[in-house]
Design a binder for this molecule. Structure first.
Ligand code: CP3
Length: 343
């Protein structure tokens, strides 16, 4: 069997049509997702119900035939498995019990004790490995230590990640120990996803853009490099996609510095800039602005062609620069796919 297109692109091949999937492709813009989520009761119950989580993972594959499926779960399930309570406020987002003191840090579970909580996630992966079409690649994922730490320290999402920056400046030892613990637990978590059948893993560093200078090296580059080295030691050849969102100049050299096989670009950088500065080192993923899937029309077609054209001379996986939003129109997603595949 010829290798799956996503794996070929990750291996550095330039394909005539870039493979395509979409961040948050299982989500609220799809009526079938909303129905399954209602059946589960709430978002976390959906994540922890393997049959339903597998079902919502498969929905966008059935509807659109994307080249990859991403496990349906959340980056905050790993910190939850370390001990802190997690809940979601309807219409607002996640809330977590905070970890800011050495005592609270010491009270977290050791990394080897996360699997009881996370076992349903591995079961979702096993179901998907059985049920996905043969051509579809299964992507597992986790949050990067910095992004996960911002939620653990701040207790919620924020625009500037002020609480995490403050702990980093006032109690470096506790902050660094938390980053190390998350990194070590992430290796265990991703390794179990791979054993269950994930063929690629992606590290989401959604808040990497607020780390500047040495902090970016210390807390975005180094933890990613450490996680990737450990994973590849256990699972030789396992491809990794890294997403240091809004890293700007930090994207340059990120693949080399971390040994990531692919760097996902957000839409604050132009595709031409990405091709010249990041794709020179290997595969890139991205980076259509998700707003186009709300507005659609000729602007969507033009922007999609622009992304494909700019990245056509190197290995490329077509994706959005960030997750699709709940107000996107499912018909616009089809138009994007037809444009990528049909020219
Ligand atoms: O389809 C997929 O992409 C796979 C599943 C997935 C989800 N979250 C499901 C989800 C993935 C890969 C994530 C990653 C994630 N989760 C990130 C990193 C990527 C990013 O968006 O920057 C972050 C920061 C989180 C934390 C998180 N989860 C937030 C901040 C929120 C609330 C914001 C929102 O969109 O509502 C969530 C909830 C969440 N995670 C939803 C989904 C489908 C919406 C939940 C719902 O159905 O109500």
């Amino acid at each position: 069997m010829t290798q799956k297109t996503i794996l070929r692109a990750l291996g550095g091949e330039i394909l005539p049509t870039p493979p395509i999937w979409m961040m948050r492709q299982a989500g609220r813009y799809l009526p079938e997702y909303r129905a399954t989520r209602a059946q589960a009761g709430d978002f976390l119950s959906l994540c922890y119900s393997p049959d339903l989580a597998a079902e919502v993972t498969l929905q966008p594959i059935r509807r659109y035939g994307f080249d990859a499926a991403i496990l349906f779960a959340d980056i905050l399930l790993l910190p939850q498995a370390l001990g802190p309570k997690l809940w979601f406020v309807e219409g607002e987002g996640p809330r977590m019990e905070t970890v800011t003191t050495p005592q609270q840090l010491a009270g977290l579970r050791p990394k080897d004790d996360i699997h009881d909580t996370l076992d349903p996630i591995y079961e979702t992966v096993r179901i998907l490995a059985r049920e996905l079409p043969r051509a579809t690649t299964l992507i597992g994922f986790a949050g990067s230590p910095w992004t996960v730490a911002t939620y653990m320290i701040g207790g919620r999402g924020s625009k500037d990640q002020a609480a995490a920056h403050k702990l980093k400046e006032t109690d470096r030892a506790t902050f660094s120990a938390l980053i190390d613990l998350i990194a070590d637990a992430t290796v265990e978590y991703l390794s179990m996803q791979v054993q269950a059948g994930a063929e690629v893993v992606k590290l989401f560093d959604s808040w990497a853009g607020s780390l500047k200078g040495d902090d970016f090296t210390e807390f975005a580059v180094k933890p990613a490099a450490k996680i990737i080295a450990a994973l590849k030691a256990r699972h030789p050849g396992m491809p990794v996609i890294a997403f240091p969102r809004e890293a700007g100049q930090g994207y340059v050299g990120f693949a080399k510095a971390t040994a990531a096989d692919c760097v996902a670009l957000d839409n604050s950088v132009s595709p031409e800039w990405g091709a010249a500065n990041v794709q020179v080192d290997g595969c890139v993923q991205g980076n259509l602005a998700p707003e186009h899937l709300v507005t659609g029309g000729p602007a969507l077609v033009a922007a999609t062609r622009h992304v494909v054209q700019a990245f056509r001379k190197g290995p490329h996986i077509f994706n959005l620069g960030h997750g699709i939003t709940p107000d996107a129109n499912p018909a616009h997603v089809q138009l994007m796919i037809d444009t990528v595949r049909g020219g």
